[in-house]
Design a protein around this ligand. Structure first.
Ligand SMILES: [Zn+2]
Length: 117
């Protein structure tokens, strides 16, 4: 009768934490590239916001959107929190190539940005 070795406590937690750190590092690289592309300007109103710029996932992370330069766009707090997340505007497209901003109330295209901001 031999006792099977006990699993080392905390291994799964350490592996989860390591994966989370690796993902955070990958995300920071994407945000750095987005900052270089958008130059800390809101892609809706074009205001320069410096380090206060928000990064918005065009396809929400909750809907499976990835942290890639194609899916992340720079927005000021107002356009992000009031415009997008209170449902006034809808942003779609590929942030590296062509972004479409629509007004939900009138269901009209408000702006189309192609290329860099
Ligand atoms: Zn803005």
């Amino acid at each position: 009768m031999s006792a099977s070795p006990k699993p080392v406590k905390g291994t799964a937690q350490r592996e989860r934490a390591a994966r989370k750190r690796a993902q955070a590092k990958a995300d920071r690289l994407v945000y750095t590239a987005v900052d270089a592309r958008d130059k800390h300007r809101c892609r809706v109103c074009l205001e320069y916001r410096g380090l206060e710029i928000h990064r918005h996932h065009i396809v929400y992370r909750s809907a499976g959107g990835q942290t890639t330069t194609q899916n992340v766009i720079s927005l000021c707090a107002n356009c992000h929190l009031v415009g997008v997340h209170q449902g006034r505007i809808k942003i779609s497209g590929n942030a590296d190539e062509r972004v479409v901003i629509r007004c939900r109330a009138t269901d009209t295209t408000w702006a189309i940005w192609e290329g860099q901001a």
